[in-house]
Design a protein around this ligand. Structure first.
Ligand SMILES: Cc1cc2nc3c(=O)[nH]c(=O)nc-3n(C[C@H](O)[C@H](O)[C@H](O)COP(=O)(O)OP(=O)(O)OC[C@H]3O[C@@H](n4cnc5c(N)ncnc54)[C@H](O)[C@@H]3O)c2cc1C
Ligand code: FES
Ligand code: FES
Length: 569
């Protein structure tokens, strides 16, 4: 076995560190449960070796479930979240709705291996793995604990860096990080190990550079440099994927399934609560009773309101247990994406519709952000620089909303009224977005320009749907993000493009110039107004060159799409 340096030991050591021995602090309002049975971790005698049974019995940080003692309200709602920590069933009651998973891990569970760097989902130092049952299979994904709320781990298996080494043996990715000198100061190391752990346990084989880079795009390392980290990832993937961890999957899945009671969760009182309704009817009723509550999907926007804007949100309704919102339907009628479908899940379906939608999703945030962030959250948030809205507007997608009063649908563009103002009535929530199939004589392009290629929000995002009659443009839908207070169509440019000849770029110039009538772009730290205006023009011309049939090797540095003018076929 590889010897660890003392500073590496701190990150990989499965034994309690000196910090773990510090006197436990009782979380305000954390219910201390009577001692349960001395539960053995599921499926292995040495899971969770640092969770000393005495501490667990004392109920200091969380409760190991030992029966059916969960408090239930008169209306039948469960008053605690239930999850498994490294396979061990646990529950937590009476926490403040704004508690982040990272704060809970570090301050209550004393799992100090998980670090806080940026506190806003950018650096990955806080990466942990969450496993959830999906179509009967337990799937692990990396998430940013700094912006995920504690209540969101209900129904999940939580795995942190402390949980990886088992029986004194490091996980293969930890071994490889040591062997390949993948850590210097080590601050990023737990997060990087967790991202590589998920890649190792869930990823395909063999791993290529692009897969490793995608997995690490949300993990910032300032001092080691990525070459040794990539080497470690590649070396670990050469090992068989069967690990002690993978051997325990069946037991973990069984433990999670046993927790699934299908009931509503409500923790707190009418003034301050974290609620997680279990179905559409419960959600509608709760939204009607509390139209002022903040709806929470993946928390990749809301989390920052708490950690950076310090907003004092008191009522949170998490949508993550409403299975009807997580439906993904692909068929002849097109693609319907439930509001709670994560970007990671939507990615393959969108890529099947159009390669540019696939590439947009690949570049959306990081693996951690795509695992938590949802399609519904991205649109509902109404950000002028959100990536999906312009793409959905140009595509011609419809947004479906729902409330106790019924359902309604609208073209996505109609949802955005003004900056921070959307057409969402009190008690209403986004249900799904539906993309119709694209007729064969329509071509689609969407192009994102950001300062950093990965893990960055757009400066400008342009989306184009062009129909042709022969080589003449017969219809156009053009939408941009980053060009106005809301994602918005370019009506003047669309009109100016009608009749343009795909073989004569001079006929495209009227549309290019008309963009100035449509937009007065923002001037901010991401880009100047002049830059945005120029980029928007260039993206239109680039899209037209591609649709006209020029090979995209001339218009893109990577990820060329097949040359050809669908619109002109
Ligand atoms: C590091 C990082 C990178 C990012 N990169 C990108 C990027 O590349 N492109 C991009 O567009 N965005 C990016 N984002 C922003 C964010 O990830 C997305 O907007 C994401 O889709 C938000 O979804 P969510 O599920 O996390 O929403 P949440 O944060 O949970 O909610 C966002 C808003 O939507 C509301 N809401 C959520 N669901 C519903 C619903 N069903 N009905 C009504 N209201 C609802 C919430 O109340 C809230 O107002 C990034 C964020 C971070 C932290
Ligand atoms: S602390 Fe930086 S992503 Fe969470
Ligand atoms: S090892 Fe120092 S930041 Fe990565």
């Amino acid at each position: 076995m590889i010897a660890l340096r003392p500073e590496q030991q701190a990150f990989f050591d499965p034994k309690p560190s000196a910090e773990h021995h510090a006197a436990p602090r009782l979380f305000l309002g954390l219910r201390v449960f009577p001692s349960g049975k001395n539960h053995r971790p599921v499926g292995s005698s040495d899971f969770l070796p640092h969770h000393h049974p005495e501490r667990i019995r004392n109920g200091e940080w969380w409760r190991i479930m030992a029966g059916q003692e969960t408090a239930v309200q008169a209306n039948g709602s469960r008053q605690a979240i239930r999850f498994t920590r490294n396979g061990v069933p646990c529950e937590v009651a009476e926490f403040h709705p704004r508690t982040t998973l990272l704060d809970y891990l570090r301050e209550q569970m004393r799992a100090l291996g998980t670090k806080e760097g940026c506190g806003e989902g950018d650096c990955g130092a806080c990466t942990v793995a969450l496993g959830r049952m999906r179509d009967g299979r337990l799937v692990y994904e990396p998430v940013n604990a700094c912006i995920l709320l504690l209540g969101q781990i209900d129904g999940a298996d939580l795995v942190t860096v402390e949980d990886l080494a088992q029986g004194g043996a490091l996980h293969p990715v930890q071994e490889a990080m040591v062997a390949h000198h993948g850590s210097q100061c080590g601050f990023c190391t737990p997060g990087i190990v967790m991202s590589l752990f998920v890649l190792h346990e869930e990823g395909p084989r063999p791993l290529d550079k692009a897969m490793i880079d995608d997995a690490l795009a949300g993990n910032l390392c300032r001092c080691t440099g990525y070459r040794p980290i990539r080497d470690a990832a590649r070396a670990a993937s050469a090992e068989p994927s069967a690990t002690a961890f993978s051997a325990s999957r069946t037991d973990r899945a069984a433990a999670l399934s046993a927790l699934d009671d299908g009931g509503d969760v409500f923790i707190g009182d009418d003034a301050t609560f974290f609620a997680a309704p279990a179905n559409l009817a419960s959600l509608e009723a709760l939204c009607a009773a509390h139209p002022d509550a903040t709806l929470l999907a993946g928390s990749t926007d809301v989390g920052l309101w708490l950690t950076k804007s310090l907003r004092e949100i008191e009522k949170i309704i998490w949508l993550g247990r409403v299975s009807e919102l997580a439906a993904l339907e692909e068929g002849e009628a097109g693609l319907a994406i439930g509001a709670m479908v994560s970007h990671a899940r939507a990615h393959p379906a969108l890529a099947r519709l159009d390669p540019d939608l696939g590439e947009l999703m690949r570049r959306f945030g990081s693996a951690q952000v795509r695992a938590s962030g949802t399609v519904g959250g991205n649109i509902a948030n109404g950000s002028p620089i959100g990536d999906l809205a312009p793409a959905m507007i140009a595509w011609g997608a419809k947004l479906h909303l729902r409330s106790a009063q019924g359902t309604r649908a609208m073209p996505v563009e109609d949802y955005f009224i003004d900056y921070g103002k959307q057409d969402r009535r009190p008690g209403e929530f986004v249900w799904k977005v539906a993309l119709p199939p694209l007729p064969r004589d329509h071509a689609f392009r969407c192009l994102k320009v950001s300062k950093r290629f990965d893990e960055d929000i757009s400066a400008v995002m342009g989306a184009f749907r062009i129909a042709c009659d022969g080589r003449r443009v017969s219809a156009a839908r053009i939408a941009y993000g980053g060009m106005a207070a809301t994602p918005r169509r370019a009506g003047a440019a669309e009109a100016a493009l009608i009749g343009a000849d795909l073989d004569d770029p001079a006929t495209w110039q009227a549309a290019r110039a008309a963009l100035a009538e449509n937009y007065t772009p923002m001037d901010d730290h991401r880009a100047s107004a002049a830059y945005r205006a120029r980029v928007a023009q260039n993206l239109l011309i680039k899209a037209l060159h591609e649709i006209a049939g020029e090979g995209s090797a001339q218009t893109r540095i990577i990820d060329n799409r097949a040359a050809g003018a669908q619109a002109a076929e």
